[in-house]
Design a protein around this ligand. Structure first.
Ligand SMILES: CC(C)(COP(=O)(O)OP(=O)(O)OC[C@H]1O[C@@H](n2cnc3c(N)ncnc32)[C@H](O)[C@@H]1OP(=O)(O)O)[C@@H](O)C(=O)NCCC(=O)NCCS
Length: 193
């Protein structure tokens, strides 16, 4: 359901997601998971707490002061670095009452700003192939869909580097769409996945 009401700028805050913050409010994260994903695909406590490179710098939470929920948490992005110069979005979710109001885009943009400081050249993200609205969301932000060969290469790299099985994120049957955003850094080499 699309919410036509835009949130006022001063009522939304994007904050760095620390492990301490997550642990204190784990139940709120688990609730948003339940509301956003089918139970077969919901993240567990273990998924949220998995340690990955740069995770606690790249991951962000969105707080909205008009939210009636405890603690104002309305969305989050979990991301980490892999390889030398790549980052991956593991999870992105916005409470359904707050979707369609620019929060998802804000979370991704803040994460991009953070990875830029680490000279990351490529960001990848996944979507279930049928989730066309999510795919539109990523395309609008400049992500492009990987072709089949690139997707298979990506899956094998990801399996090795990210302990991906525990994130339920890799599907060898090819039913996932993988998106990638190349970031142009003026000084330095190009990344290749
Ligand atoms: C995908 C998601 C993170 C986008 O966040 P958002 O705050 O709704 O996105 P924004 O408001 O910044 O952008 C809205 C655009 O995203 C797309 N979109 C995708 N899913 C949407 C949804 N359920 N509601 C509204 N817009 C959605 C649309 O293209 C929309 O553009 P439009 O408003 O012109 O129709 C959010 O809808 C969500 O949590 N979905 C469920 C969980 C999920 O599938 N996560 C992604 C895979 S990990």
């Amino acid at each position: 359901m699309k919410n036509s009401k835009k949130l006022q700028k001063d009522k939304v805050e994007i904050v760095v997601l620390t492990k301490e913050y997550l642990l204190e409010r784990l139940e709120n994260f688990l609730l948003i998971e339940k509301l956003c994903f089918p139970s077969s695909n919901c993240w567990s406590e273990q998924n949220f707490l998995e340690e990955l490179p740069m995770k606690w710098s790249f991951s962000k939470a969105c707080l909205a002061s008009e939210n009636k929920m405890k603690d104002n948490l309305v969305g989050y992005i979990f991301a980490s670095r892999y390889g030398q110069r790549k980052a991956h979005i593991h999870r992105l979710a916005v409470h359904p009452s707050f979707q369609g109001r620019g929060i998802g885009s804000k979370l991704v943009c803040h994460m991009i700003a953070e990875v830029l400081q680490q000279r990351i050249a490529k960001i990848t993200a996944e979507s279930i192939a049928e989730k066309t609205r999510v795919n539109t969301f990523y395309r609008r932000l400049g992500f492009v869909e990987l072709q089949r060969d690139e997707t298979l290469r990506y899956l094998s790299v990801k399996k090795k580097m990210l302990k991906a099985d525990s994130f339920h994120a890799v599907n060898d049957k090819g039913t996932r769409c993988v998106f990638s955003l190349n970031i142009h850094i003026h000084r330095g080499n190009k990344s290749s996945l």
